[in-house]
Design a protein around this ligand. Structure first.
Ligand SMILES: [Zn+2]
Length: 134
């Protein structure tokens, strides 16, 4: 299985004036980095972390799936998503931040059961308020 976390680079760096999203985005990246460290223990072949910059319409993704929605008459591309590709090549896309965090924290917990190291990620208040891990 392969996974790709895609986030907004500017939100990650706190440049988009949205502190809640910054906190949640940083949690996602921290979780993904933790999962990547232990991926071999939990049967993940690769986990990519893609930080998308403004004006960057896509194309840099390891797993080329982008969620779009229509707002008014404009197409909006989601800048945050988690894509999972199973061994049969099926793609699962999670566009909701709460789902992304839930999937990532479950993988962190799973890694924790496979090693003597204490593997955990302290989530921010903002992420906890999404109902993750409850
Ligand atoms: Zn942003």
């Amino acid at each position: 299985m392969r996974m790709e976390l895609r986030v907004c680079k500017h939100c990650h760096e706190g440049e988009h004036g949205n502190p809640d999203k910054t906190a949640v985005t940083r949690d996602m990246v921290t979780c993904a980095e933790t999962v990547r460290e232990y991926k071999d223990l939990i049967g993940i072949d690769a986990i990519y972390i893609t930080k998308v910059a403004e004006g960057d319409a896509g194309g840099a993704e390891a797993l080329p799936v982008v969620v779009a929605s229509i707002a008014g008459d404009e197409i909006q591309l989601s800048d945050t998503q988690l894509v999972m590709e199973d061994d049969d090549g099926n793609m699962l896309v999670y566009p909701e931040p709460a789902d992304v965090l839930e999937v990532l924290t479950r993988n962190v917990q799973q890694a924790n059961t496979h090693t003597n190291n204490d593997v955990s990620v302290e989530l921010s208040e903002e992420s906890l308020s999404l109902g993750v891990g409850t």
